[in-house]
Design a protein around this ligand. Structure first.
Ligand code: NAP
Length: 243
């Protein structure tokens, strides 16, 4: 059975991607999350309500041992299932001006994004390499494309994800594994709920924040058979804020 592992699928963009991939591609969804069990259970319930299925797979992406333990145990218990799609979506922000940024804010944002990508991808890609098929989508950000003041840590982390996407895509293309990134602008979610949408939307040509479901449709296309020849790409989804 083909599965999709989505990191940070308990809320926001990750949840929308989980629901969309279950619906569009009949994938069995591995709902990863960090600590919010209640929200993760809601994601799973919604997947089941729309006729799909999956299970919860909690781990903090930045800790290699935790990731390997969870994924290796899951693989051992599920020899009939394999991870066909990986969406590296988990991410955090710790915004602040660089000159006053605590080292811990730099480390946490970099670790969740970049160590997270390394840990989860290195484990999950082994089955894809053996089966000679797979889809990896990394969730970057407009911050990683253009750099955003007050987000030097987050811009660096997302920029690294974009470069890693391009490099890994070249390594695994022969095995029919595609590796792409999406770079959302402002999307309505818990991550952006403190932002002043009324003010910020004035600098967005579409004059609104995007919806998590809109990002999910893009990811759904990238994991589809129709997107088999697209790899190493970064696709902006930002209402025209940066193109
Ligand atoms: P969100 O609403 O804050 O949700 C974050 C998700 O990531 C939650 O499911 C959370 O799990 C999980 N998570 C956080 N740290 C984790 C860790 N160490 N290990 C595993 N899971 C972890 O964020 P969002 O807005 O949906 O953002 C999702 C992705 O899109 C992030 O990579 C973000 O950088 C990117 N993005 C967002 C926007 C935007 O405007 N919202 C724009 C561009 C890019 P718990 O529920 O357990 O905490």
């Amino acid at each position: 059975m083909n599965c999709a592992l989505i990191t940070g699928a308990s809320r926001g963009i990750g949840r929308a991607i989980a629901l969309r991939l279950a619906m569009d591609h009949q994938l069995y969804i591995l709902v990863n999350y960090s600590s919010n069990l209640e929200a993760a259970e809601q994601t799973l319930q919604q997947i089941r309500e729309q006729g799909g299925d999956g299970e919860l797979l909690p781990f903090k992406v930045q800790y290699k041992q935790e990731v390997d333990q969870a994924l290796d145990a899951w693989k051992a218990n599920n020899p009939d299932k394999h991870i066909h799609v990986l969406v590296n979506n988990a991410g955090v922000t710790r915004d602040g001006l660089f000159m006053w940024m605590p080292e811990s804010d730099w480390d946490e944002v970099m670790d969740v994004s970049t160590k997270g990508l390394f840990n989860v991808t290195q484990n999950a890609i082994q089955q894809m390499l053996r089966k000679r098929i797979g889809r990896i989508v990394n969730v970057a950000s407009v911050s990683g494309m253009k750099g955003v003041a007050g987000q030097t840590n987050y811009s660096a982390a997302k920029g690294a994800i974009i470069s890693a996407t391009k490099a890994l895509a070249q390594e695994v293309a022969k095995r029919k594994i595609t590796v792409n990134a999406v770079a959302p602008g402002f999307i309505t979610s818990d991550m952006t709920k403190e932002l002043n949408e009324q003010e910020l939307k004035q600098m967005i040509p579409m004059n609104r924040f995007g919806q998590a479901e809109e990002v999910a449709h893009l990811v759904s296309f990238l994991v589809s058979e129709k997107a088999a020849y697209i790899t190493g790409e970064v696709i902006n989804i930002n209402g025209g804020i940066y193109s």
